[in-house]
Design a protein around this ligand. Sequence first.
Ligand code: ATP
Ligand code: MG
Length: 470
Amino acid sequence: MPFKFLEHIVHWLRSFCQDLTGWISKSSPKEEEPPEPRIIPRDQHPISRKQMSRAALDVLYGLHKGGFEAYLVGGCLRDILCGREPKDFDVSTNATPEQVNRLFKRSRIIGRRFQIVHVRFGREVIEVSTFRAKASDDNQDQNKHHAHEETGLVLRDNTWGSIEEDALRRDFTINALYYNIADFSVHDFAGSMDDIDDEVIRLIGKPEKRFREDPVRMLRAARFAAKLGFHIEESTAHRIPDMAELLLQVPAARLFDEVLKLFLSGHARASYEQLQELGLFRFLFPETQQALEGDQGETWEAMLLAAMDNTDRRLLMDKPVTPAFIYAVLLWPVIQQRFAGYLSSGLPPAQALHKSATRALNQQIKHTAIPRRFSTVMREMWELQLRLDKRAGRRADAMMEHPRFRAAYDFLLLREQCGEIKAGLGDWWTRYQEEEESGRRDMISDLGNQGGGGNKRRRRRRRPKPSADS
Ligand code: ATP
Ligand code: MG
């Protein structure tokens, strides 16, 4: 009898375990199983070695000759297929970072979160990463290399794997193509070719999980939509507004880099519009967003958009752009709101501005770090806004000597353009810069006649020295 009972228990346990295994395998998303690649031979795709940099080819051939697998991967292939020039070239291999490092003299291993190797050729850097695997939760050895926070955020990820696994760890299908240097074929593990053809940005795997692992992927979706003019696939786009808050967990320094990619890559306006549509902007610039929702919101937004159009135009003409300018515009509404408050509490304008700038910067760096070399320039641009209308005597000439004059002048034009202040001063400065010396003198004396020019320094009458005999 007891044996019979034990047999029942064993039988029940066995079928329970079978059910459990079946249930687990059914519930794990299909897209996380290593897929069969679609291998597209050289004569059936348009990607040619002519479109690759010498440096990228050297790394690919170097790895291949060293006996390793070597693929060009990700964004560069996407860009080539879209008829664009790739910004950079990334290589993926089965060689470990140490093996890559030994193979190339001018290389070094970088990163902790994702260990990769940078191989330098003059000014060009090729990023080489080792195929990575998804860390399974029950594998003790793998977990040494892979750390999760409770929220699902991936902190470290150095578990080597197969190319199939590597493909599934990438963010979007359009970024998961591999070009094999061994036979020039393209390997497509995720329907990438179709999505590029259809102009669709589709996350690999479940949006809920993939955005939790790395919330920056939401910003990348916005950036690629802006840059390529692709549309974000429904189930991916749909989850973003609800999950946007996860950006608050991302280190501020990383978000600063991402903001630069969004606003300084030639698609600033489109990126801004995507960020707003997806509800992401408020988690990057919370105080700016508050100002945009206030009474003067339309004016501020017009100023932001004008700055972004300017930036896009400058990049198109190969003119230099600085993060300080776009950040100065992004924070200006915040400063102006505080400034008015400080003025009415009796602070003089220069102090009120200084204090508003400090507060605005201190709040913003909690979200996106701003390196000091940029925040110093931003402060100067803001402070010069108070001084640009003080032109009497030699002040206008001294102002033009200021290293930040040009940026401050451009900033002033934007403020006038969007109606934040009345037009006139910007035009005066435009003419002043174009005039010869004598014309400039006339402009300054006209200011005196019109009672303009501000703060003309009053000459102090010297008191006559008491004479010796008085
Ligand atoms: P671009 O260089 O134009 O910014 P990219 O797609 O090449 O775009 P990189 O940051 O250079 O972007 O990354 C190279 C590749 O690494 C990507 O194409 C993608 O496959 C993968 N990747 C980058 N960031 C992530 C991420 N956060 N999550 C998953 N995969 C990523
Ligand atoms: Mg790239």
